[in-house]
Design a binder for this molecule. Structure first.
Ligand SMILES: Nc1ncnc2c1ncn2[C@@H]1O[C@H](COP(=O)(O)OP(=O)(O)OP(=O)(O)O)[C@@H](O)[C@H]1O
Length: 382
């Protein structure tokens, strides 16, 4: 797939901009702070309804205004569609396809698919487990858009159950009767186990599908590495029953664990079991030594692993359907020349690659393509 036109109104620093895009490689070049990332962030937002830079929508709306619009003309399998989202921080966003409103903005997710490489990706390797869970869940939803609902259900149940744990725990410690809160907790345990088992089963399936692509991608970006050097493994917050894979297998196990840990949870007022406590463990090894990446890997190895996770996502999505749009946001300045050329060669054949860079010298020759100059709120071919 590729985007042929991007129109923004009051998005980030842009009051209004309308850019025609070509398939193949495009480079957006301009001094710092001119709005290069803002452009590609808009396309990514359309794909996932969230940004790779901020957790809430408010910073995406131009300061002093109350709504922003991102509209893109997307060509997929030769057919064209106009996708649009209106961002209304604090309220529900509105989405349209070919000018017809969608019942829920969530229905837009996955109609355009992006894979973004950015300097923030280092956090995928060095950051908290939450970064890696978000990576998995974003990929799940891009692969299977209906899972946006499963993810949202789990988050909602988790929030409600966590609130209840706090009140029930406090009631138990105080003099007031905790009976009714505990009875309600039983109901929420059931809901958490149901939604959690579904999310867990999907993540396990995803990690299995991703694993071979990660090894291959790491080998491609880290010079001298073997195909089995980089590994990903899903570690759940409780011991999974042997061979349990479906949500049906996992739900009773999750429910049992919630029962077993209930006192602990009430004491601490925190939900200790479920996919929100799981970890995607990244390891590197050759021969007999295999070590976790976090805390052990060098800076260069960590970067290579982060790139490998993104490349693997791209390869997986590509193998299962239409080519996603690749966004390489400011990454080349971070890489040594060997990795830079290797990455450029690997992605040069993609249907559409959007690169941002502060100077022309940071854009590898393989990705020169169409060049745009970004300055003072304007985006000009040249
Ligand atoms: N909500 C907003 N309203 C107005 N301006 C904003 C908003 N959010 C960000 N900006 C401005 O947008 C600019 C940043 O744009 P962007 O991140 O796209 O820069 P860039 O060209 O990618 O720069 P760099 O090369 O440094 O990464 C900053 O000057 C920032 O102040």
């Amino acid at each position: 797939m590729h985007v042929t036109r991007l129109q923004l109104v009051d998005f980030r620093s842009y009051a209004e901009v309308d850019v025609a895009l070509d398939p193949g490689a495009s480079a957006f070049v301009g001094r710092n702070g001119q709005g290069k990332t803002n452009l590609v962030e808009a396309i990514d937002y359309l794909s996932r309804l969230s940004s790779h830079r901020v957790a809430t929508d408010a910073p995406l709306v131009r300061a002093g205004t109350e709504r922003a619009v991102v509209r893109a003309t997307v060509v997929k399998d030769g057919r064209e569609a106009v996708l649009e989202v209106e961002l209304l921080p604090g309220k529900a966003n509105r989405a349209k396809v070919n000018r017809s409103p969608l019942p829920r903005s969530r229905d837009l997710v996955g109609l355009v698919r992006t894979v973004v490489f950015s300097p923030e990706d280092l956090a995928l390797v060095k950051g908290d487990p939450g970064e890696r869970r978000r990576f998995l869940d974003d990929l799940l939803v891009l692969r299977t858009p209906r899972l946006a609902g499963v993810r949202a259900d789990y988050d909602r149940v988790l929030r409600q159950r966590s609130t209840l744990l706090k009140t029930a725990g406090a009631a138990r410690r105080g003099s007031s009767s905790a009976e009714s809160a505990l009875a309600t907790l039983d109901v929420w345990d059931g809901q958490l186990a149901r939604a959690g088992a579904e999310l867990l089963a999907e993540r396990l399936r995803l990690v299995d599908a991703l694993r071979p692509y990660v090894g291959k991608a790491y080998q491609a970006v880290a010079r001298g590495a073997g195909r089995d050097d980089a590994e990903v493994e899903y570690r759940a917050s409780f011991e999974l029953p042997p061979a349990a894979q479906t949500a049906g297998d996992l739900e009773p196990a999750l429910l049992d664990e919630l029962t077993r840990r209930r006192n602990d949870e009430l004491d601490r007022g925190v939900c200790l079991v479920g996919p929100h406590r799981d970890e995607l463990v990244l390891t590197l090894g050759n021969g007999e030594t295999r070590l976790p990446v976090k805390g052990y890997a060098s800076h260069g190895e960590s970067w290579s692993f982060a790139l490998a996770l993104r490349l693997a996502s791209y390869d997986l999505l590509r193998a299962e359907g239409d080519d996603p749009i690749l966004v390489l946001d400011d990454v080349f300045a971070e890489l040594d020349s060997g990795r830079r050329d290797q990455l450029a060669e690997l992605v040069a054949g993609a249907e559409q690659v959007l690169v941002t860079a502060a100077v022309d010298a940071d854009v590898p020759a393989a990705l020169a393509g169409t060049r745009y100059v970004v300055a003072d709120g304007t985006v000009l071919r040249g």
